[in-house]
Write a protein that binds this ligand. Sequence first.
Ligand code: SF4
Length: 884
Amino acid sequence: MTTLQTTCPYCGVGCGVVVENGALGGDRGHPANFGRLCSKGAALEHTLALPDRLTVPLMRGREASWDESLDFIAAEFTRIRETHGPDAIAFYVSGQFLTEDYYVANKLMKGFIGSANIDTNSRLCMASSVAGHVRAFGEDIVPGCYEDLEEADLVLQVGANMAWCHPVLYQRLMVARDMRGTKIVNIDPRRTVTAETADLHLPLAPGTDVLLFNGLLTHLAEVGALDHDWLAAHVSGFDEALDAARRSVPSIAFVAAAADLAAEDVRAFYDLFARTERVVTLYSQGVNQSVSGADKVNAILNCHLAAGRIGRAGMGPFSLTGQPNAMGGREVGGLANQLAAHMAFAPADVDRVRRFWSAPNIASRPGHKAVDMFEAVADGRVKAIWIAATNPADSMPRAGRVREALAKCPLVIVSDAWPTDTTALAHLVLPAAAWAEKDGTVTNSERRISRQRAFRAAPGAARPDWWMFAQVARRMGWEREFSYASAADIFREHAALSSFENEGARVFDIGALATLDAAAYDALAPVQWPCQKLGGGRSGPRLFGQGGFPTPDRRARMIPIVVRSEGRPADNLLTLNTGRIRDQWHTMTRTGRVPHLMTHIAGPRLALHPRDAAARGIEDGGLARIASPHGTAVLRVTIDAAMRTGDVFAPMHWTDQFSSAGPIDRLAHAVIDPVSGQPDLKGTRVQVVAVAESWRGLLLRRSAGDLAFGENVHWSKAPIATGFAFELSGHAPLAELVVSEQALRRLLRAPAEAELVSYSDPKRSVFRYAALLDRRLEACVFFATPRATFAEADRAAQMLGRILEPTARLSLLAGVEACVAHVDKIVCSCFSVGESAIRAAIRAGKFISAAEIGAALRAGTNCGSCVPELKKLLTESAQLHEAA
Ligand code: SF4
């Protein structure tokens, strides 16, 4: 039996994964998850052999060798650097990178090319936390650990839908709460499934977080809940911060009115915080992705610093990182405003890193942050960009403008494992090794470094990202400085730099790991930093319990936060909030190809409040057009009382490859936080109008292929076990689509030799067609009226690829009522348990707990990601029962 331990490549929880004889499961020995995996992690096995891998370099569409590709990049970078200067070159990298990938790319750009134009998609998720940490602590540091959630008496969740976005950590919290009685306050404009399980939900108006926490600071002062001894010994800036808070928040009533909350709820929250010593404040994208993201972070940190609730068991502010290695990227300087190893661009830092790297061209000032970087591409200041392991053509705000910028950039290099909308814009595509094929390290939200270990050979010519960057560096003349033979070589150098001339000045110090030999690196167990060389002062899971902040006077800084108005203009527009859903990851390059992960939410949906829907004549399940100055999209609507009026929510995941709606970030404005440079992805003002639907359809095909519809057809695609299911909706007469056999054959991807069979009932607007090749069902499409339902979609899907005798054809075409795929929402994607079955059983009085549902239907018994939704269904049923 062979066993190997590695780390999940999705979110910042950083769960351990065990590979045992080719089968994957949770690592019971990993301190992040103790064996648990969420629905995405539990489905990793299904992503290992996904089709369409990039396996060979592609130069303007033709296959090229690595030598040709790397020589070309080195020559072009050298020419551009000499002709236009180093700032004409940029790297845009990724929180999906391993630390070793990040280290080499950063070293090449900042030490040798001589620019700081390397930024990462972590700018889109974590930059505000980084800025807040640096302002308050002097360094980008999460002071606590996961055990703190289990040892707290009060946990605040601010702008964090943990149940869906950090599911395993959420499950740890829920278990601890059952044992300890932890109080939970959820602060989020939406009543998410996470909010459903909180003791108190504060659905604050977007952008009022600073007011709420400034109000908390003044309340703590008024009720005597400050720790004056701690403040005197370890904190500066208290008077100024409290003064600013008092000026912005005259009373609880003021906070309540501004944040659109009940005053008694605000008071209850403040009192709970004031009287509870062990408080952890978790925060994520609802805080970070804002024009005032860094201020929100510091408003939270101010409260913890003022009350002295930091660095001890069960207390502290805690930034939940989005990506698996956002933290590792920050450690090596993956952001354009960092240098390396938590050093910035102070002259002493620049000189230190220059000497350590023997760097001939060290950058001495920050480079372009993500949004500015693509602006520099657009206006020609950047003439060559290398994009690695990320898909900005879909994920950047104003994604359409990013595409335009890349289309006119003289040189676009993209390294990735699968084709994306960004690789489509590249002059040179480089095949990257994927998760299971790469060796290195990642750091999770609690500063824990874990090994990611390769257990599959990379297909074709695919190579690790660090290898590509090192090869280009060597071909640019820096052979010796980039002579790494393995990820272990890079890690040792990274660890050595962290402790180089450190002497306790920087908390990020992993010098104890700088001498690991290959075997020790391979066997490295998960370890939290700092881990200094023998005799170093700092260690342990918590920092700052005794002060000792990495600032010149060793004191933390409270920051006076002036409230900037984020009030809404009096217009008929709504505010677009974008975010994650439970079973998808980023732009769906992996999770979007796993059939059971598409059953929870099968297509892009726009959630809006019943009042906003009614005011616009929009029906639940109908279509709406959403428009900003940067683009439009048509999405199917979910009317959801959990939304605030004035807000709409759309998932960030779908792209042009999965839906006619395309990436929602195409509509997002590119407004950024002036402190952190993080885009405000939750504040775009949009117009939303109803779209009349003429017909609905379900297309089932064995192959994906393109859909050549015009703008009058809305579609979304989901993989199914036998092929692909396309949900279709028309905003123009159906006749336009099925007017000719040729059009039908295109839709069904039916070659001339395929047999076409059909059934039509024009009076009922029912039209059904199937294509058979050698009597096997290749594709079928059903059209009907907009309100039709299709109860037998699953049976039709099972027939794909099978030989159909005449009676089966008849049954396929005549035996269905109409057509809408996925009528029943799948709650438990592990065991495909639908919402209607669960509701029916609850109604029949069979279950009163999630455990009972699990025992009977298996729902929630594997990864547990759906348990919050099971509890929500139980609560809703109980409320209905009470009301009756
Ligand atoms: Fe992976 Fe889920 Fe763990 Fe995140 S919570 S690391 S996605 S298994």
